[in-house]
Design a protein around this ligand. Sequence first.
Ligand SMILES: Cc1ncc(COP(=O)(O)O)c(C=O)c1O
Length: 471
Amino acid sequence: MQRVRGSSPLSSTNEKPGALHRASRIRAPLAGGCRRISGPEHPPRAKSAFGEGRWHHVLMTATDSTPRTILEGTEAHIEATEKYAAHNYHPLPVVLAQGDGAWVIDVDGKRYLDCLAGYSALNFGHTNERLVAVAREQLGKLTLTSRAFYNDQLGGFAQALTRLTGKDMILPMNSGAEAVETAIKVSRKWGYEVKGVPAGQATIITMEGNFHGRTTTIVSFSDDDVATSGYAPFTTGFRGVKYGDVEAVASAIDETTVAVLFEPIQGEGGVVMPPEGFLKDLRQLCTERNVLMIADEIQSGLARSGKTFACDHEDVVPDIYIMGKALGGGIYPVSAIAADRHIMDVITPGSHGSTFGGNPLAAAIGTEVVAMLEEGTFQARSTEIGRQLEAGFSPLVGQGLSDVRVRGAWAGIDIDPTLMSGRQMSEALMARGILAKDTHGSTVRFAPPLVASDEDIAGLVTAVTEILAGR
Ligand SMILES: Cc1ncc(COP(=O)(O)O)c(C=O)c1O
């Protein structure tokens, strides 16, 4: 059902006490549905670009006649989304309205266990108390300064994140893709200025089956037809090799190679892990050949795999960490790369940036995320959930599953395609109050928030078992 109503008129009664613009400063409504406000902060000017007499700052546009759309019920929300938002996703037919820990509630009041956790952005759970408190406090203080000025949150965040990564410096951005782009730019610049690669010839080795984001440069080295079709021409300078094959990486490296970009675990690929020893071998190879090892830990990092970083499973430290998703606690997009000074120093004023990157709200949330990770409890819980998932899913291989991959609270199950597709499994789970996402046809991955209880995970395992058994 869809209703359209006018907004309530602004009056002195609905202004918060202490609000910057008080009702007493509101003058007559402008023709065209706007209210004009003037006051000491906005002194009248004799003339302006708006013409004689239109000197007030227009600060509010709400009037009685401003249309507000109120949507009620699952169908109305889906209909409006499908009609007015581009179809770049194929969501399950559930409309979520609230979240708490590992659970979400839809607009009809039905509860679901969230086993996607915002593609691991919600490692600490929905509406995490500590993170929400920090965000709320910062929202009321200062949200954006741009990097034209310093702010009182970024320095502390940068220091905390260098402590967590063991690196000298960070470069903050917003989305994951932006952080990947940043790593690409830094490694190319490092290649030209430090390694001595001839101008314009830098190459970066990438992995087959990768997922690093959606920008035109990033999809240029994707081998997913759906992600690339129609977006040519692509950025050059990338060489794809088989994931997990260190010999293939070695053969692809030449004097133009500046970096190897890889996911320690391929999340979108279906929780795919490289053969044991690959990370260690890659580390050695990169050091020997003077090539930067860039680990995209956007999805695998920050406790998802049972360790702070997935590279920690082989005690490997890359040259550049790329982080995102959970760095913003699922509240706000926060991403960053971390590297040592001799690499990061290639970045000079004006050579890279972002209006929102490193803003005080992002930095405040990020600082709390780091504090939570430094306590180690989320990593431990992730490992525990992983044990439970492994014990629950492994016996299903041959009983409807062809493969199970688990690392921490992160599992990919491959369903026998003759039984059902990944999408069908996701729909069947949804009917039982569990949300998960399929990938590559017959795979479903599970990444519950790390605050999920033993009971929650047991419920997930039972549901998958019963669906496969046709019950
Ligand atoms: C490994 C990896 N890198 C990069 C990205 C892109 O992040 P974002 O969607 O925030 O741009 C993702 C997103 O799923 C990812 O999993």
